[in-house]
Design a protein around this ligand. Structure first.
Ligand SMILES: Cc1ncc(C[n+]2csc(CCOP(=O)(O)OP(=O)(O)O)c2C)c(N)n1
Ligand SMILES: [Mg+2]
Length: 556
């Protein structure tokens, strides 16, 4: 049968098991949109391509499956780039498909022409410029295979309009592109790692987003319980060890707790898994875990020894590595190490003052206790994000969706829409700030249209809080461009979009009020006035060693 290039793309997406696509049409992807007619795919019309990209990310992050977004050439592409760069840094499998000017016009500064291939190259795992309709049969499955195999990441497929309209006889469509299993870890490396673990007196397991991507939370628990190893996580790894487990040391790094960073300083072995020694996690690298030998496991060989040389490296899938390693290590209790950690936790507990109901951190913790334990939580970027990392009771890996590597304000709302689209039975809570929410507020229209179970909580401090905090602590309190003279009434804006909105001072947010908000049907927004002076502590000054944490007034 004859198919157009656009029809081939849509048939192939159906074969890939894609159900929902987020995007915006325009001149050069209209054939693709036309081919959606009569397809089993559902299209969600975003209000900005960055929103479409983050909706796709919300679907991909919450399911581990690749998700698709569409954009037209030129401004559609440039609008989408931030969301794809974000997916790249956080290893999220998104397939972006854009229209391009017809091949005869490419390179002529044609209307809405930009060099999509060139611009997407450094922010994707892989990219394609498709030059013939025949190539589509290979490129589409290949794009999915690359997005999900090994370390996941975004793949961009740019398709000129004349390739979309050209026709081809296809008798049988190729197989869908699927994950290729990682090569098995080497026995020798596993033996060496087991020996190092057995010898260590003060080991710490350092778990990152790679553990979440591998679905290896249970395997981390199994190893660490057997060998008496406490677990720290990165921002991306939160939930790998339930927050209330005695084995959990919480998050490390710039906003990690004091006891966690001090424990790492004493460690004699660091088992790094699915992490990339990001500067927000390690602080000054030369002072990070100075006494520790390093075992580094990663599916991406390029991460190993990239920033810190390891004493033992294991390339492969974390789930497989850990399942094989666990029976090789001696079952062990490490009482002295446990006692020293407990002593540090007792000496530097979570500051009571943060759990005072007048503090934003306490509100986040209360929401966490009132919410369904399976809820997905998305955040924007700023102080509120760090309080969610520190104080929300993360119980499961993969439930916190947050922009870690790129730190993109505007992530939270569209990512929540994507999570809700892909998980219609799970509640979704989006914590945002008064700065961040404005960056993709247009997606409230998409949310209202889709009528999804997304509850938006704005911590409204009248400021770009994390910037204001840095100006207070590191620029002598000289505030510039970090406080809003005038903020719009966000609850009223929400109503304009067709979403229930309320504004409340923090003091009026009783448990009953919060519970009623969380349990209400459909989308709703709560704009909470919070104190501007509240800071996120502890904080390691950028570039300093993690042991040089600054504390708040309560420790002064
Ligand atoms: C797109 C983008 N622009 C600028 C920044 C720099 N930045 C980091 S946090 C922040 C403040 C965010 O303010 P808000 O959303 O109100 O959160 P708060 O810190 O007040 O909780 C800014 C401007 C960023 N991360 N992303
Ligand atoms: Mg703010």
């Amino acid at each position: 049968m004859e198919y157009s290039g656009a029809e081939i793309v849509i048939r192939m997406l159906e074969r890939q098991g894609v159900e929902t696509i987020a995007g915006i049409p325009g001149g050069t992807n209209l054939p693709l949109y036309d081919a959606l007619q009569g397809s089993s795919l559902t299209h969600v019309l975003a209000r900005h391509e960055q929103g479409a990209g983050f909706i796709a990310q919300g679907m991909a992050r919450s399911t581990g499956k690749p998700a698709v977004c569409f954009a037209t050439s030129g401004p559609g592409v440039t609008n989408l780039i931030t969301a794809i760069a974000d997916a790249h840094l956080d290893s999220v499998p998104v397939v972006a498909i854009s229209g391009q000017t017809p091949m005869s016009l490419m390179g002529t500064d044609a209307f809405q022409e930009v060099d999509t291939f060139g611009m997407s190259l450094p922010v994707t795992k892989h990219n394609f410029l498709v030059r013939s309709v025949e190539e589509l049969l290979e490129v589409i499955p290949e794009a999915f295979r690359i997005a999900v195999s090994g370390r996941p990441g975004p793949v961009w497929v740019d398709i000129p309009k004349d390739v979309q309209t050209a026709t081809l006889r296809v008798d049988a469509f190729p197989e869908a592109g699927a994950r290729v299993a990682a090569a098995s870890p080497e026995e020798e490396a596993l033996n060496a790692a087991a020996e190092m673990i057995d010898k260590a007196e003060r080991p710490v397991f350092y778990a990152g987003g790679g553990i979440v991507n591998s679905g290896a939370g249970a395997q981390v628990k199994a190893l660490c319980e057997r060998a008496g190893i406490p677990v720290v996580t990165t921002l991306m790894g939160l939930g790998v060890m339930p927050a209330d487990s005695p084995m959990s040391l919480g998050m490390l790094g710039m906003h990690g707790s004091r006891s966690t960073n001090l424990t790492l300083d004493k460690a004699d072995l660091l088992i790094a898994a699915g992490v990339r020694f990001d500067d927000r996690a390690t602080g000054k690298l030369a002072s990070f875990c100075p006494h520790a030998h390093i075992i580094h496991m990663d599916i991406d060989g390029a991460e190993i020894d990239k920033l810190r040389s390891s004493d033992c490296s294991i390339k492969g899938d974390a789930g497989e590595i850990l399942s094989r390693l666990t029976p090789m290590v001696e079952p062990r209790k490490r009482r002295a190490w446990e006692e020293s950690i407990t002593a540090m936790k007792t000496q530097y507990p979570t500051p009571e003052s943060e759990l005072d109901n007048a503090k934003p951190a306490a509100l986040i913790r209360r929401v966490g206790h009132l919410a369904d334990s399976h809820a997905f939580v998305t955040t924007d970027v700023g102080q509120h994000q760090m309080w969610v990392a520190q104080y929300y009771p993360h119980q499961q890996p993969g439930r916190l969706l947050t922009s870690g590597g790129l730190g993109t304000m505007g992530f939270g709302l569209p990512a929540a829409i994507g999570a809700a689209l892909a998980n219609p039975d799970a509640p979704v809570i989006c914590f945002s700030g008064d700065g961040s929410i404005m960056m993709n507020i247009q997606e409230l229209a998409t949310l209202a249209e889709q009528n999804l179970n997304v509850k938006i909580i704005i911590l409204n401090n009248g400021a770009l809080g994390l910037v204001r905090q840095q100006q207070e602590l590191f620029f002598g309190g000289r505030y510039i461009a970090s406080q809003y003279d005038r903020n719009p009434d966000i609850a009223t804006i929400a109503k304009g979009f067709g979403i229930r909105g309320h504004r409340l001072p923090l003091s009026a947010c009783t448990d009953d009020e919060l519970k009623a908000f969380l349990d209400s049907d459909g989308p709703a927004l709560l704009d909470i006035a919070t104190p501007q002076a509240a800071n996120v502590y502890p904080m390691v000054p950028p570039g300093a060693a993690n042991t040089r944490m600054i504390e708040g007034e309560h420790h002064a």
